[in-house]
Ligand binder design. Structure first.
Ligand SMILES: [Zn+2]
Ligand SMILES: [Zn+2]
Length: 167
């Protein structure tokens, strides 16, 4: 996922738009039981500030995830904001190391590591198919959204527990 700044480099104080697309790497999401449903699309505008390049843009993709309660797959769109600076290696040496500074390599820069990092941070820790999802029965594993089981409930509602003690 590289952008080529050869042309923009010759035009200080001008901007150039880039549209990039890449199939997401499966191994990025595998550990969380998720998968890409769409390629990762990136729209960027890069401005040549004279001594460095400043990039703003957004990324979009769509993934399938498992509901945190019932483990059914669900579709989750992902949108993220990209804001970073691109510099020549000799300039960047004077700057403090920062995640948001990418280094030009023969007038090209690979934005994929940054795009992947931002995409991952946009994936929520907990995803539910529905706010009211009833989840799985901890005893028999039935999906309680689709049916009920006759497993005894170990956890008696504490309010009933109190009533029981009164009698
Ligand atoms: Zn669910
Ligand atoms: Zn059950």
């Amino acid at each position: 996922m590289k952008i080529d700044l050869k042309t923009l480099k010759r035009h200080p104080h001008e901007s150039q738009a880039f549209h990039l697309e890449t199939a997401g790497r499966k191994e990025l999401l595998r550990d969380m039981g998720a998968a890409f449903l769409e390629p990762i699309k990136v729209d960027l505008v890069v401005r040549n500030n004279g001594n460095m390049f400043v990039a703003h843009g957004e990324l979009h993709t769509c993934i399938s995830l498992l509901c945190s309660r019932c483990l059914e797959p669900l579709t989750h769109p992902i949108d993220g904001i990209l804001d970073f600076t691109i510099m020549e290696a000799d300039q960047a040496g004077e700057q403090e190391a920062s995640e948001d500074v990418l280094i030009l390599d023969q007038d090209e820069v690979d934005v994929q590591p940054l795009v992947e990092e931002i995409m991952i941070t946009e994936i929520p820790l907990i995803t539910l198919c529905d706010a009211e999802c009833s989840g799985l029965c901890p005893i028999c594993g039935i999906n309680r959204n689709n049916g009920s089981c006759s497993c005894a409930r170990d956890n008696i509602d504490p309010r009933w527990e109190k009533l029981k003690n009164l009698t």
